[in-house]
Write a protein that binds this ligand. Structure first.
Ligand SMILES: C[S@@+](CC[C@H](N)C(=O)[O-])C[C@H]1O[C@@H](n2cnc3c(N)ncnc32)[C@H](O)[C@@H]1O
Length: 525
């Protein structure tokens, strides 16, 4: 084994020790998931193809960890081609270890926050190869102050205001723009989410307007890259140069970076109009159809109730008895889809769902003093919740009274909000439920409320319920997946807006009479 491979073996050993000295929660907070060695090497080999032969390399990894990419850089490029190398690492736990590992090399490892480091002023002092697996820290783990600062910085650097929902990795890309030389190459290993979600639109705009996007390789969600992070990942390559108007981007999927399972070239023009980039390279470019009814023209879709603490607010018969919870504050609620055996929820004459283990939502909007005075048993239960810290949870503390739930009426149709394809349900990750009961639904479902005309028709012709339900169940899986988003491990999610956006032109044969009579212009993007 040569010296560099030996060093890599030592690094991997050290990485395992360092990872196991931390809890998963701690590692999540700073997005500490190392890049597999083989993947880091493939990325550096790919970088080699984008850079002019023999060009001196100024390498930067803004989130270096123990140096997976730096190690690969040393193995892939000749030593005399590496003019400079620098890495940032916020956590000394990894940073000090990296310094020790690479002490005999010319890399400079700065222990500190990359997002707060001042970028070089002169282009020559910047970097022509930025490779990074940035921390996947979700927006709700970013402190409000930090978010504000990051937003201001990216606005200044790439002239874009990033959504408050953007994770830390998005700010890394924006900020690193100031560190990249003109014509320099950047390779980012990031979650694929930005390709589909609303907060990703700024990233998509950046990639199609400010730099020349070269390639996006998406790993197949079923071949998850990181053992311990359930995200589907992409590698995004771009050059810091304004794109030519007729530029095309290579999208690839699955397999390995070198030999992907599928690939396709997509024009920038198409990318600028398409808001779901994960459709490439699997599906054809969409053509704009201006007048086509959408699901939202027939139904209103609302996510189910987010209680803030299901274990506390969703109670079974035993708990009701134990704490003598008053029935006036209990509404039947559906269990999570896992426990819902049938897709048709039948009801007793009172409208209560016929379920093996009925559940109720505890919901009260009376002020605390009134509950204390008039409902001592309920008050006692709320006191227990407060003592457990439920009152201080994110959702509860933003309510006028912490135990009052969102108002949602029961809906006759529901769809599961997320799921995985499973063989016994004809591989459709989403289940459509017909609900005859007055049970409301928790937020693992989408409520599907018929529009006014349809609701009236259902009241007049109850048999229509089944017709509608059958056609919902028959929506082709690809159509739903096309609108929804996919996460690592093949987990699919469908937001209300996404379901609402589903074109229903050819889906339902019963729909014509319930659509608004003058077809309206449907905004496409
Ligand atoms: C996804 S890991 C990647 C580590 C390494 N580059 C690799 O590929 O294996 C991200 C690293 O960024 C570090 N990090 C998190 N926030 C940072 C920040 N603001 N500045 C610099 N490093 C940061 C984490 O501690 C973690 O080691």
């Amino acid at each position: 084994m040569d010296a560099l491979h030996l060093l890599e073996a030592q690094r991997l050993e050290r990485q395992t020790e360092l990872d196991s000295a931390k809890s998963k929660i701690e590692r999540n907070q700073l997005g500490q998931f190392a890049t597999p060695s083989l993947l880091a090497t493939s990325m550096l080999e790919q970088a080699k193809r984008f850079l002019p032969i023999g060009k001196p390399i100024r390498f930067l990894d803004p989130a270096i960890g123990t140096g997976a990419f730096y190690s690969a850089l040393l193995r892939v490029f000749p030593n005399d081609q590496i003019a400079a190398a620098r890495g940032y690492e916020i956590d000394p736990h990894y940073g000090e270890a990296a310094r020790l590992l690479w002490r005999d090399r010319r890399t400079e490892i700065v222990i500190g926050d990359f997002t707060q480091a001042p970028p070089p002023e002169q282009d020559d002092d910047k970097y022509n190869l930025v490779i990074c697996n940035p921390p996947y820290v979700r927006h709700h783990h970013l402190l409000a102050e930090a978010k504000k600062r990051l937003q201001a910085q990216t606005a200044q650097i790439i002239h874009m205001r990033l959504s408050g929902l953007a994770g830390l990795y998005v700010y890394f890309i924006g900020i690193a723009h100031a560190w990249l030389q003109e014509d320099g190459i950047a390779g980012w290993l990031i979650p694929s989410e930005f390709m589909d979600v609303n907060y990703g639109s700024a990233v998509r705009q950046y990639l199609t307007a400010q730099v020349t996007l070269l390639e996006i390789h998406r790993f197949d969600p079923e071949e998850v890259q990181f053992d311990d992070a359930l995200v589907s990942s992409v590698i995004v390559w771009f050059r810091k140069r304004k794109p030519r108007p007729n530029h095309e981007v290579r999208f690839s999927l699955g397999g390995s970076i070198d030999t992907p399972r599928l690939h396709q070239h997509v024009s920038l023009e198409t990318l600028r109009q398409e808001r779901k980039w994960t459709r490439f390279p699997k599906r054809p470019v969409r053509t704009a159809r201006s007048i086509e009814p959408r699901f939202r023209d027939l139904f209103e879709i609302k996510r189910g109730i987010a209680t803030g603490a299901n274990d506390f607010f969703i109670v079974d018969t035993q708990r009701i008895r134990q704490y003598e919870l008053p029935s006036a504050f209990l509404t039947p609620i559906l269990p999570s889809p896992r426990y819902l055996e049938s897709d048709e929820v039948l009801a007793d004459p009172n409208g209560s769902p016929l379920l093996k283990r009925p559940l109720w939502l505890l919901n009260c909007d009376l002020p605390e003093d009134e509950v204390a005075e008039n409902y001592p048993a309920l008050w006692h239960y709320f006191q227990l919740g407060a003592a457990q810290g439920i009152k201080d949870g994110y959702l509860c503390r933003h309510r006028t009274v912490w135990y009052a739930q969102d108002k949602r009426t029961p809906s006759p149709f529901l769809c599961t909000y997320m799921g995985r394809p499973s063989n016994d349900r004809a591989a459709n990750p989403f289940r459509f439920i017909l609900n005859h009961s007055r049970a409301v639904a928790p937020n693992v479902y989408l409520n599907i409320y018929p529009n006014q005309m349809l609701a009236q028709a259902l009241a007049d012709r109850p048999e229509l319920k089944h017709t509608i339900w059958y056609s919902l169940q028959n929506i082709a899986v690809e159509k739903l997946v096309d609108e929804g988003r996919v996460y690592g491990g093949g987990l699919y999610k469908l937001e209300p807006k996404e379901l609402g956006n589903l074109p229903v032109g050819e889906l339902f044969d019963w729909q014509q009479e319930f659509l608004p009579s003058i077809p309206r212009q449907v905004p496409l993007f």
